[in-house]
Design a protein around this ligand. Structure first.
Ligand SMILES: [Zn+2]
Length: 407
């Protein structure tokens, strides 16, 4: 690839690629998962990179959900700019709950598409297909998911088709990514996994350590093939259950029905997606659309008093604080505490598919995520608040070319 001038995307400038760059989003990667795997001696790449590269703690976007954060990472911008603030929003005009995973809801171009347009070869591999269309929007390059991989892509990864509820769905992402780098050597790759394992296994649990050992092996392979690696997460993950293993749920639609009359308000859980088996559509973030004439401030105060609620904000306050698009949220934005989730009505959540005590995300309590580079990062302004969507900025604008320990 030839050197080019700065590339501007969504108001930020990026230096041209000097070596192959792989940006990895490990879904639901609470930092403790990495530390426990290192402690158990199963993650030598992480152990070395934490010492010889650069490791930071960054803030993800709230709602700490998968799509808003993946889109923030690849646009370098918050949801107020790119528009994706969850899996669902409520369209008042049509009276329907609308899935936001269609690229028509995306309001900003991606860094990936911009580099591809400027001449870089770019590849994207995701676990679930729900992200593929958004991440690949406007992108001229390889873009496929483990979930819907065709025969050639399965052969590339050297794997049989993985189940959508499995650790292998994420392994496919790394296996395909490593093979792509070794054979076609794209200038820029974005790899995004799924949090199936993290929803079930806490840091240090055997299944979690095995998962991070798997990731560690592929990262070492990517590095050996000459890649600069930037690794971050879309969100953290916490236990959301009591000592007896049953989930701590605030059924917010039931509360609103009691206060305002049945169905007068509409509670939307933006975590809801076609794959709810591992979290029962329960996360720590909700938005509520209120009926005409309702007193939002008074209702916010009422929700705030419910045990387990961390924040009950009016829309503009929430959109300012979390950099969210004002037209895709209801009048209230509700965030529950670290150990609690928000549901709609008790009768609408089928928790029979939860075969392990509930772990989930969505709130401020899952906002801290790792931001790890296998190159030394230099020249950051002192006291700068780092975000997961600074991954491209740090990797391209602040990394020294070769770190110790790289080849
Ligand atoms: Zn996620």
């Amino acid at each position: 690839m030839e050197a080019r001038s700065l590339l501007e995307v969504n108001g930020r400038r990026y230096r041209w690629l000097r070596e192959p760059l792989v940006v990895v989003c490990v879904d639901g990667c609470e930092r403790a998962y990495i530390d426990e795997a290192v402690r158990a001696g199963v993650a030598p790449w992480f152990a070395r990179t934490l010492k010889q590269g650069s490791a930071f703690v960054a803030d993800c976007v709230v709602p700490s959900f998968t799509n808003p954060n993946n889109l923030s990472i690849v646009t370098g911008a918050p949801p107020a700019v790119h528009g994706i603030c969850g899996n669902y929003f409520y369209d008042r005009d049509s009276g329907r709950e609308v899935m936001m995973n269609d690229p028509k809801y995306l309001r900003a171009g991606t860094i990936l598409a911009a580099f591809a347009r400027a001449g870089a070869s770019v590849a994207v591999v995701t676990a679930k297909d729900k992200l593929r269309a958004l991440l690949g929007h406007g992108l001229d390059g390889a873009c496929f998911s483990a979930e819907k991989a065709d025969d050639a892509e399965l052969a590339l990864a050297g794997m049989a088709r993985p189940s959508v509820y499995s650790a292998e769905l994420s392994e496919f992402v790394f296996a395909a990514g490593a093979r792509l780098l070794e054979t076609r050597r794209p200038d820029l790759m974005y790899l995004s996994t799924t949090d199936y394992v993290q929803h079930k296994a806490a840091p240090g649990a055997p299944a979690a350590n095995a998962f991070y050992a798997m990731i560690d092996g592929y990262l070492a392979r990517l590095e050996a093939a000459g890649a600069a690696i930037a690794l971050t997460a879309d969100h953290g993950m916490n236990d959301k259950h009591g000592a007896d293993g049953s989930p701590n749920v605030i059924y917010l639609q039931d509360a609103m029905d009691e206060w305002l009359g049945a169905g007068a308000a509409r509670v939307i859980l933006p975590i809801t997606d076609p794959y709810v088996r591992h979290h029962g559509a329960l996360g720590s973030f909700a938005t509520a659309y209120l009926p005409e004439g309702a007193d939002a401030a008074q209702l916010a105060a009422r929700v705030a008093a419910l045990p387990g609620i961390e924040l009950a904000l009016e829309r503009l306050d929430a959109c300012g604080r979390f950099e969210l698009p004002e037209d895709r949220l209801g009048e209230l934005v509700l965030v529950s505490r670290r150990d609690t989730v928000i549901g709609t009505s008790r009768s609408r959540h089928d928790l029979s598919g939860l075969d392990a005590p509930l772990r989930s995300h969505g709130g401020v309590s899952e906002q801290k995520v790792p931001l790890i580079f296998n190159r030394k990062i230099e020249g950051l302004a002192p006291g700068r608040r780092l975000r997961n969507f600074d991954a491209f900025d740090l990797a391209l604008n602040h990394a020294e070319k070769k770190g110790p320990g790289s080849n």
